[in-house]
Design a binder for this molecule. Structure first.
Ligand code: SF4
Ligand code: SF4
Length: 392
């Protein structure tokens, strides 16, 4: 598909808000959506609230909805709240994602099955956007081996998808190589927010510049960093609130991203009707950042980076010695996030995924075996004891 055809989605100057179906409200009151994995029983969502959110979003002129095979229950929820209730299919766009890790048998057949399941779950005759999900590192080679790129071409030729792209978590060098090899990638979804812009691990700025150098339109994910840049209680939230009491802390993060060129849309994974209303308000009256605004966000980043943290290097010498199978560096990472964002809710979703795969914080028996192996001499048992009441 030529850039021209996808170019119609590029806003003249201000891009649009996209509705990410990743952190949907749940009926049991647990915020933060469903599980991650693609199989198993979907969680119980708060469907009346999701329907109200979808209607409000559409009524305000926004049209882009994003889901994925591995967001458990999300595709089905989109069918019920959007597809079934809004029959004018041409009036909005749906994006979903093909996850190479989710297929049972590592084969092209597995990919085809995954796509068919997505279509069944969504109940739609076509997808506007279909992405290879989370490419970066070894998954780039897997996509080649499995013939995933050719499969996308096939789907497009058959009219089952309208635009093919990828979401990306690798390095700028990998992205450059990939977009050079696959000019048919019509767009790329990147993690961009003001905190990760110069972060040496995420490298949002360099990824953005790489996509722009290839003239590849961008959809943005994690503009509020999983909700963390919305926290009023955070070490930076107070300063932002003082500067502009009438707007939310989240609106700063959205305006930062909305000030960039070349975007198709900015996805926000909204978990409540109130968050949606606030995001819609931000985009309805969107103001690009002024020079003073940027200075304030630079100060917020400096404040975040200056918060003392537990000096874990993630070497993982500790975990294999834990009798409780606790993923120690991951838990310490969450505790460090809490020190910055001061939001137990903000770390609960990641904790949920993590605790499914290993021991919980409350399982720690304070044997301190791990500490004998830690080159940083971290008081691991004490750190986990501080985290446990926040998450367990
Ligand atoms: S102190 Fe806790 S985390 Fe460390 S090895 Fe013992 S049980 Fe595992
Ligand atoms: S051994 Fe220490 S520094 Fe290494 S991952 Fe474990 S806690 Fe972190």
């Amino acid at each position: 598909m030529s850039e021209k055809s996808i170019g119609k989605y590029l806003g003249e100057s201000i891009p649009k808000l996209g509705f990410g179906f990743m952190r949907l409200p749940r009926a049991d009151g647990d915020s933060g959506g469903g599980g991650f994995g693609g199989f198993g029983a979907p969680p119980k969502f708060d469907m009346p609230q999701i329907e109200k959110m979808v209607d409000y979003f559409l009524d305000n002129g926004f049209t882009y909805f994003d889901t994925a095979f591995v967001y458990q229950g999300s595709e089905e929820a989109m069918r019920e709240a959007l597809v079934k209730r809004h029959p004018d299919r041409e009036s909005y766009q749906i994006a979903s994602k093909l996850n190479l890790m989710a297929i049972q048998n590592r084969s092209l057949e597995g990919l085809k099955q995954e796509f068919e399941t997505t279509m069944e779950r969504l109940g739609t005759p076509y997808l506007d956007f279909y992405l290879l999900h989370g490419l970066g590192g070894p998954s780039i080679a897997s996509a080649e081996e499995l013939g995933a790129w050719d499969y996308l071409k096939e789907l497009k030729a058959a009219g089952k998808i309208r635009h093919a792209g990828l979401s990306f978590h690798g390095t700028p060098e990998e992205l450059d190589e990939l977009l050079t090899k696959h000019p048919e990638a019509e767009f790329v979804q990147l993690q961009i927010n003001y905190l990760d812009w110069e972060n040496p691990q995420v490298q949002s700025r360099r990824l953005y510049e790489t996509a722009r150098a290839h003239n590849t339109p961008i959809t943005v994910m994690e503009p509020i960093k999983g909700g963390q840049l919305a926290s009023e209680a955070s070490v930076f939230g107070e300063a932002l609130k003082r500067s502009a009491p009438d707007v939310s802390v989240a609106s700063w993060a959205l305006r930062y991203v909305a000030s960039l060129d070349g975007l198709i849309t900015i996805l926000s994974g909204m978990s409540t009707y109130e968050q949606l209303v606030d995001n819609v308000k931000t985009f309805k009256n969107i103001q690009k950042l002024s020079g003073d605004d940027r200075k304030l966000l630079d100060a917020a980043v400096a404040t975040i980076n200056s918060v003392p943290s537990v000096p874990c290097t993630r070497c993982n010498y500790c975990s294999p010695n834990c009798p409780q199978k606790i993923n120690i560096p991951a838990l310490i990472g969450l505790y460090n996030d809490y020190l910055v964002y001061r939001s137990a809710e903000g770390i609960s979703r990641s904790y949920g995924f993590m605790a499914m795969q290993g021991g919980k914080a409350k399982d720690c028996i304070a044997c301190k075996t791990c500490e004998e192996h830690c080159p940083q001499h971290i008081e691991i048992a004490d750190t986990i004891a501080k985290l446990s009441p926040l998450v367990d």
